[in-house]
Design a protein around this ligand. Structure first.
Ligand code: GDP
Length: 296
């Protein structure tokens, strides 16, 4: 199926007909369309600039100038570069450690952390046959603790109680201790997220990280966040050694450009995609398919 970008480029190339061959200037013109397409897909501007510069190098270096079908050749380069940037191959959860393997969930409030915690619990139980415990360190919102309890039950995992009068670090330590004594394979630690980045929040999650030494630190980010995803990702990357990304709400109507931005800023692999509010709405991220979505 032709993408919106490939249609635009074909039109451009048609206007260039009559010339003996495509020139460097024509390529520049086509690259402007690529830039527009990425911005329309909500890829952040600095990321677009970088990306287009890489594509330009490849486009001028070979294939496009002198190609029989320069529009398609350029779309091919863009597609391959998107896939390469977002990361090919399946990156499942790493559990290669002495159990219990701790997984720390990080991200802004509303990104989908609690939902994703339960989805992951279900994934690990069903696909990896693990015994999974969850705990919430969100001492600011009692409702969040209750929410995790409810969804953990739906996932068929066990939930460790916590309460707003405790410190997140103490909660996590107690849960880890329980997980050890009860021979759990995995402990999923859900954390508090604020509506915006703030220093106290970052300090708290850093302390949590130091206390439980997770094998995976997953950054949960809302695909609908668009351009802002870059700043959020930067702040979390500076605070924590992220090992993976979960891109949520891909069932929404966003073109998902946040995937490219977040991947480029953090360098961490995009491991999963959230595709519904339901507990089974988690898929292994597919860069090939996602590149097609970004191109429209
Ligand atoms: P948290 O504050 O980061 O823990 O976010 P929640 O897990 O509470 O999720 C916030 C909202 O987003 C809830 O209404 C979830 O049902 C919804 N949500 C989370 N993940 C997805 C997803 O992949 N798709 C859709 N459509 N909704 C989601």
């Amino acid at each position: 199926m032709a993408s919106a970008l490939s249609e635009k480029l074909s039109r451009l190339v048609k206007q260039m007909r009559g010339q003996a061959r495509i020139t460097e200037e024509n390529v520049q013109e086509m690259l402007r369309e690529v830039r527009m397409a990425l911005l329309e897909a909500d890829v952040a501007l600095p990321v677009v600039r970088d990306f287009v510069a890489r594509v330009k190098e490849k486009a001028l270096g070979q294939e496009v100038v002198g190609s029989l079908n320069p529009g398609q050749a350029l779309v091919g380069i863009v597609h391959r570069e998107l896939v390469a940037t977002m990361g090919q191959g399946v990156a499942d959860i790493n559990l290669a450690t002495q159990p219990p393997a701790v997984i720390l969930m990080a991200g802004l409030q509303g990104a989908g952390k609690t939902t994703t915690t339960a989805k992951l619990a279900k994934h690990l139980i069903e696909k990896r046959k693990k015994k999974v415990l969850t705990v919430s360190g969100d001492v600011y919102r009692p409702a969040a603790i209750e929410q995790l309890k409810t969804v953990t039950k739906q996932a068929g995992a066990e939930w460790f109680p916590s309460s707003p009068d405790q410190k997140p670090v103490d909660i996590a330590r107690a849960a880890l201790d329980h997980a050890r004594r009860q021979y759990f394979d995995v402990l999923l630690v859900d954390t508090a997220g604020r509506l915006a980045i703030d220093e106290a929040m970052m300090r708290e999650i850093k302390e949590l990280h130091a206390a439980v030494k997770p094998v995976e630190t997953l950054f949960v980010v809302d695909a609908m966040q668009g351009q802002d995803a870059v700043n959020t990702a930067k702040a979390f990357k500076e605070a924590l050694p992220l090992t993976g990304i979960v891109l949520t709400k891909l069932d929404g109507d966003s073109r998902g450009g946040a995937a490219l931005s977040v991947r480029q800023v953090t360098g961490a692999p995009i491991k999963f995609a959230g595709v519904s509010e339901k507990i089974d709405g988690l898929e292994v991220f597919d860069a090939e398919r996602h590149a097609g979505r970004i191109l429209g």
